[in-house]
Design a protein around this ligand. Structure first.
Ligand SMILES: Nc1nc2c(ncn2[C@@H]2O[C@H](COP(=O)(O)OP(=O)(O)O)[C@@H](O)[C@H]2O)c(=O)[nH]1
Ligand SMILES: [Mg+2]
Length: 318
């Protein structure tokens, strides 16, 4: 799902301006001929219809363009709960639905009233009443529209994740997670010599012996479960909800600024059903003597890819 494609949510003022302006423009050139009362009625009626159509189309468009939860991989609804004020989000959709219904019923009510109007002053007053009541309906959902726009801005930052065998690359900031993702997948996610380069979640794909694998590089995770920021919480969600294998990147050199003890502690904290593979990074700048102290289970690059392949094969034959 590509959340970047959700179009902006218009404000209440924008919607009203648009609807009134376009309706005015549509009847502007129309000449009144024949029975004057009938002609005036038809002109007002056309305005009423246009305004209703424009508002309903635009409001309906909002409902259609936000992704439907049921059609999304189960990871996303969880991400909604994590990153949005979920009750407010649902309430805002409800408000848009309500407004559509209200525009429809007002249009019906005033259509009849126009029909019954005795002459121009009454026709004009009825139209004015209709515009006033319509404006107040749309203004009532003003906050809901702006909240949906806020949600859209947040959703634009969501990673594009598919439902397939997924590997999560995990570890402290600066240990070499993005470098590993790039090596595995041939992508060019940003790597830098300072912490927290990964401000959002990087996703890449690779095929190991015919098995397509999704690899997710999550932002540097700090060892402080009670004080996680939003990005770190997303990282945790990827690890706990999506990952079929976790690759823990362990910086052998300590160049990242995290000691071997700290990295060991975080590794011990990873729990859950997904197997954990530990990849030893920065071995090229680590003295040979130091490398010998790491357990044999810690993987080199070729060992790592072989292990990922093994897990993917086992999972697919389940
Ligand atoms: N020498 C060496 N440097 C590495 C290695 N892996 C990553 N780096 C460097 O470590 C820094 C942080 O890497 P990055 O992949 O952005 O770490 P992340 O924050 O865990 O994603 C960058 O300057 C990388 O070039 C490695 O295996 N060897
Ligand atoms: Mg990174």
């Amino acid at each position: 799902m590509n959340f970047e494609k959700i179009p902006p949510v218009p404000s209440a003022d924008f919607l009203l301006d648009l609807a009134f302006r376009q309706a005015r423009e549509q009847v502007a050139g129309r000449r009144l001929s024949g029975d004057r009362k009938k002609a005036l009625l038809s002109k007002e009626r056309s305005k009423l219809d246009s305004i209703k159509d424009i508002l309903i189309t635009r409001l309906g468009h909002i409902l259609e363009t936000f992704p439907k939860e049921v059609e999304l991989p189960s990871f996303y609804p969880k991400l909604f709960h994590l990153t949005l004020d979920y009750p407010q989000f649902k309430k805002s959709f409800g408000a848009v639905h309500w407004a559509i219904g209200k525009v429809r019923s007002l249009h019906q009510e005033y259509g009849k009233k126009l029909q019954r109007a005795a002459g121009w002053p009454e026709l004009r007053d009825m139209s004015k009443q209709f515009y006033g009541r319509l404006s107040s309906v749309i203004k009532q959902i003003s906050q809901n529209l702006s909240y949906l726009e806020q949600c859209r801005q947040i959703m634009r930052m969501y990673p594009d994740i598919k439902e397939m065998f997924t590997v999560c690359i995990y570890g402290f900031p600066n240990v070499g997670k993005t470098t590993l993702l790039n090596t595995l997948t041939g992508t060019k996610a940003k790597v830098a010599a300072y912490s927290f380069t990964t401000k959002s979640i990087n996703v890449g794909y690779c095929t190991l012996e015919g098995i397509k694998i999704q690899i997710i590089d999550v932002p540097g995770t700090l060892n402080r479960p009670d004080k996680m920021n939003l990005i770190e919480q997303q990282a945790e969600l990827v690890r706990t909800d999506l990952a079929k294998v976790i690759v823990y990147v362990f910086d052998a050199s300590g160049e990242s600024g995290y000691s071997l003890e700290q990295q060991e502690q975080l590794l011990q904290k990873i729990t859950g059903p997904a197997p954990v593979l530990t990849y030893l990074s920065k071995t090229d700048i680590t003295p040979r003597s130091a490398l010998q102290n790491f357990p044999h289970s810690f993987c080199s690059y070729s060992h790592l890819t072989a292990e990922i392949r093994k897990c993917a094969k086992a999972k697919l034959s389940d």
